[in-house]
Design a protein around this ligand. Structure first.
Ligand SMILES: C[S@@+](CC[C@H](N)C(=O)[O-])C[C@H]1O[C@@H](n2cnc3c(N)ncnc32)[C@H](O)[C@@H]1O
Length: 295
């Protein structure tokens, strides 16, 4: 479906099932207030706490908006299945894959500095006459956040349009082929991250750095995999759009409200749930009712 999913995509009440795969961890924009996230491109061990807070809040706003918009489009009782990258509670950053990319960018900036300060070296080190400077890395941050399951549950509950029926977590290797050769795995991971990140990198840095950046990145991923077989932490959730119901309010405990309920059931052919409540059992409304009776 082409379109920006932080805006409306479909007509109201037109969908019975939505499935979104590996997309809703992308934010509507890079959060504000990341000036101190120097040398990083996402939340990292060295990021100030404010960086994590800015990302978490942006994600909360965006996911709330996503749910409210989809709630308009899904019929009552309709379902939404979302698969997204999440975060294991025991690993607050959980983003080594981006951390390695940040290190590769810093490597290129460092190499540029070395070559730039050496008169005999060609400053056209990257072939296309394009360079990357440390300050470019400092101002680049990803519009991405991988929430932990507790955050996801809390947002669904607070937004209120959907019931969270199921939540499953599973891990997948960084390299989908996951063979024995970690050099090949390093290259595979670099290709998959390049497919995702190249447009963002090319629009911030010079496009000419991309090839050399991902050669460096593949090497760094291989070195990392030699030490640790880190995996992606995935979250899949099944949501059901809450039904719209009708509340019949009876004025006293003696009033059965049954006539009204029967009429409505006939009219609506049992399509909507109908509940009956006594106004005096609601403190605020009960007070008003007594006032109405007096006047
Ligand atoms: C990793 S790809 C997943 C593609 C596919 N759904 C799959 O599972 O293979 C993430 C996709 O999300 C899309 N995307 C990210 N943010 C978006 C937004 N705000 N609105 C619409 N699409 C978005 C990207 O364009 C990209 O196609």
């Amino acid at each position: 479906m082409p379109g920006f999913f932080y805006g409306r995509l479909f007509p109201s009440g037109s969908l019975h099932l939505i499935h979104s795969s590996y997309s809703v961890h992308w934010l509507s924009e890079v959060p504000k207030g990341l000036e101190q996230n120097k040398g990083n491109i996402f939340v990292a061990d060295t990021s100030p706490k404010t960086v994590f807070t800015a990302y978490r809040e942006q994600s909360r706003r965006d996911f709330t908006m996503f749910l409210s918009l989809r709630a308009e489009e899904v019929v009552p009782g309709g379902h939404m299945v979302l698969t997204l990258l999440g975060r294991c509670k025991t690993d607050p950053c959980g983003n080594k894959i981006w951390g390695l990319l940040a290190q590769s960018l810093v490597d290129l900036a460092t190499q540029f500095l070395k070559h730039h300060s050496c008169i005999n070296e060609s400053i056209f080190f990257f072939g296309g006459g394009e360079f990357i400077e440390g300050s470019d890395v400092d101002t680049f941050n990803l519009p991405y956040y991988n929430p932990c399951t507790e955050e996801t549950k809390a947002i669904v509950q607070t937004e209120g349009s959907f019931n969270l029926d199921k939540l499953r977590t599973f891990e997948l290797s960084w390299d989908p082929c996951n063979g024995d050769d970690i050099v090949v795995s390093g290259r595979n991971v670099a290709k998959s991250i390049r497919a995702v990140a190249e447009p963002m990198l090319a629009s911030h840095f010079a496009g000419a750095i991309i090839d050399i950046l991902f050669i460096n990145y593949a090497r760094r991923v291989t070195e990392h995999l030699a030490l640790e077989n880190t995996k992606h932490f995935n979250v899949a959730i099944l949501l059901t759009r809450k039904s719209i119901g009708i509340l019949v309010m009876k004025m006293t405990e003696d009033d059965s409200g049954q006539n009204v309920t029967n009429c409505l059931q006939e009219l609506l052919l049992d399509q909507l749930p109908i509940s009956t409540i006594c106004s005096t059992s609601l403190p605020g409304i009960g007070l008003n009712t007594r006032r109405w009776r007096r006047t």
